[in-house]
Design a protein around this ligand. Structure first.
Ligand code: SF4
Length: 340
């Protein structure tokens, strides 16, 4: 064990015991609840996840209940959390664990990684948090804390492999006496004290071990290469309503972006800033405002068309907006018209 780990581990565990965040998935810890929270937390913030976690654990209290739910219901309940492939994988994983594994999650990172939607980070997190196994768990918070503790000046993403091997010296060492708590201690430190913009070094339990603090460069780490600008796409979206206030919807194809979700009718989304021509089947004028939405790999601008019709064309159906389970990009189009 390195000198840093020998003093950092007890200091962090002691601080965590006193100061840990009270999060719903830290109560009644079970593999199901840990897995659910970790899938929800991928690419999303803790405050955004909490209401979804509470709703899912109320409506689907165990893996069998989630596995038995229709996929449409799971996608509808997930709507607004983004990255919808996670919801499809969540459901596929629930069905597999419920039916083929008798409802019991595997307890090693290697076996957990064989399940749908579980990558190296999530496998390590479940093995550590749910089963108390020593596993390396490196999320953005852990990355930042380690880059600062060790004053790593190589920019992200090149520095990631160095961070991962340093993380292993902490997480896998036999001196890690509480494998479930240590990753969460790192995460909480990153979330509440070693924050991205202004680290609160005066309150930090490992300040005396921190090389970046000594060098006065804490707030500059980890360094990052400037991301290339996101490419842009443009399209048109249609908000067609009937006389009762229902909106016209389609079920998006299972494969691809927002796959399997309910959606408003749209054109293709073309590269560049010019949308394709309007869809001939809808008599609907464009409104002056547009919807902007940023996906992981591109930014989208949608021209919004508004119109009335009474019969749903083939392939479309009517529903009330509140029941539809629409992804955020389409909710923005509806909200724009409500505000107009
Ligand atoms: Fe982060 Fe400051 Fe603590 Fe170093 S001393 S780990 S920079 S909060």
């Amino acid at each position: 064990m390195t000198l840093e780990a020998k003093s950092v581990i007890p200091a962090l565990l002691g601080w965590y015991a006193r100061s840990r965040r009270d999060l719903p998935w830290r109560h009644n810890v079970t593999p199901y609840r840990v897995w659910l929270s970790e899938i929800m937390l991928q690419q999303t913030t803790v405050p955004a996840v909490i209401p979804y976690f509470l709703k899912f654990t109320r409506d689907y209290p165990d893996i069998h209940a989630l596995a038995a739910a229709p996929q449409e219901a799971v996608l509808r309940d997930w709507a607004g959390l983004g990255y919808y492939s996670r919801a499809r994988n969540l459901h596929a994983c629930a069905k597999l664990v419920s039916k083929s594994l008798g409802g019991t999650f595997p307890d090693t990172p290697e076996d957990l990684r064989k399940l749908p939607g579980i990558g190296p980070y999530t496998a390590g997190a479940i093995a550590a948090l749910a089963f108390g196994r020593r596993a390396s768990v490196v999320d953005g918070n852990v990355e930042r804390v380690i880059a600062r503790l060790c004053a790593l000046e190589t920019p992200l993403p090149a520095v990631k492999s160095e961070i991962r091997s340093i993380a292993e010296t902490f997480f896998l060492d036999p001196a890690n006496t509480d494998p479930a708590a240590l990753p969460q201690a790192f995460m909480d430190l990153g979330a509440s004290i070693c924050t991205a913009a202004t680290p609160l070094c005066a309150a930090c339990p490992v300040a005396k071990n921190c090389k970046a603090r000594k060098l006065g460069i804490a707030a500059q780490l980890p360094r990052r290469l400037k991301k290339a600008d996101r490419p842009h796409r443009a399209g048109r979206v249609y908000v067609m309503t009937d006389r009762t206030g229902r909106v016209l919807l389609e079920r998006r194809p299972d494969k691809g972006l927002l796959g399997g979700m309910a959606g408003l009718p749209t054109t293709d989304w073309l590269d560049g800033k010019t949308p394709p021509p309007p869809l001939a089947q809808f008599a609907a004028d464009a409104v002056p405002e547009t919807v902007r939405h940023v996906f992981t790999h591109f930014a989208l601008t949608l021209t919004v068309h508004q119109g009335r019709m009474d019969d749903a064309p083939e392939g479309y159906y009517w529903d009330y907006p509140a029941h539809a389970g629409l992804p955020t990009v389409f909710k923005k189009a509806l909200k724009l018209l409500q505000a107009a």
